[in-house]
Design a protein. Structure first.
Length: 282
């Protein structure tokens, strides 16, 4: 099925494909069209392509014709699938020890859809948080520039009592300290490298795996009319509840970040307005 999927013929096309997508995950299969392993993977990719087109795009790359990335990504396996989002390589922990790529064929279409959807959702959340932090840092820099343009000069090795008592300087210092704290809170809210709560991506993938496992067990129990049917259904409902809880926590983090940005925007705007109004006219 490789002939039904778009191919990237050189390194420049690969770079442009990754750079061009702003809102979708770029799925790249590295390998050879004639390889049996790639054939199985390509068949799965072709089947799911219409279902994931809203949040991902799929490309194939021949590692013989395009050897530019072989050393960079260690493309030594017959078939390798990697994920990119907004020009960033997205790592996925599937319990194999290699978080950089998937180097085996996936024949279950739903499993691959779940992986791509998880990559998209987590990448989008992390990108939103990163944008918020960058925006807060930009506001802080702009506010410092306004203060430098309006405040009277002062020696570096001396403290001016008048400036210390000046209302606008105190207000500026208080808001800058609060902004720095808000940036720190946002950084701490990232669901990565958190030893206490665990990797959120890993949790989602683990929940998906447990859900699939419980679903298979449920089918077996129903077919055999086992007496433990009630316990299995309860496990399935518990897994669904855990997955919904993780999703709600992520939504709350993003919502809190947006509220922080709005509050900081308003306060920094007030600072700039007061500083400009208090600047002596020539």
């Amino acid at each position: 099925m490789s002939y039904m999927l778009p191919h990237l013929e050189n390194g420049w096309q690969v770079d442009q494909a990754i750079l061009a997508e702003e809102d979708r995950v770029v799925v790249v299969r590295f390998g050879h069209d004639w390889d049996p392993t790639c054939m199985r993977m390509d068949e799965t990719l072709f089947k799911i392509a219409p279902k994931v087109k809203n949040f991902s795009v799929i490309y194939l790359v021949d590692i013989t014709k395009v050897p530019d990335f072989n050393k960079m990504y260690e493309l030594y396996d017959p078939c390798t699938v990697m994920f990119f989002f907004r020009n960033k390589h997205i790592m996925v922990d599937l319990g194999t020890g290699n978080n950089n790529k998937i180097n085996w064929p996936i024949t279950d279409g739903q499993e691959l859809i779940d992986i791509i959807e998880t990559v998209y959702r987590m990448s989008d959340r992390l990108t939103q948080l990163q944008d918020l932090i960058n925006e807060l840092a930009s506001f802080m820099t702009n506010a410092i520039g306004v203060l430098q343009a309006t405040a009277p000069p002062c020696d570096f090795d001396r403290s001016n009592p008048e400036l210390e008592e000046e209302t606008n300087c105190q207000l500026f210092a208080a808001h800058i300290a609060r902004t720095a704290k808000d940036v720190e809170v946002l950084i701490d809210s990232f669901p990565i490298e958190d030893a206490g709560n665990g990797d959120t991506i890993e949790q989602l993938l683990q929940v998906d795996a447990e859900r699939s496992k419980v679903a298979r067990e449920l089918e077996c129990v129903v077919s055999e009319e086992d007496a433990g049917n009630g316990d299995t259904i309860e496990q399935l409902l518990q897994v669904d509840a855990e997955r919904s809880k993780v999703a709600r926590e992520l939504e709350c983090v993003v919502s809190e970040g947006e509220d922080l940005v709005q509050r900081i925007q308003q306060r920094l705007s007030d600072i700039a307005r007061v500083q400009i109004m208090s600047r002596p006219s020539c």
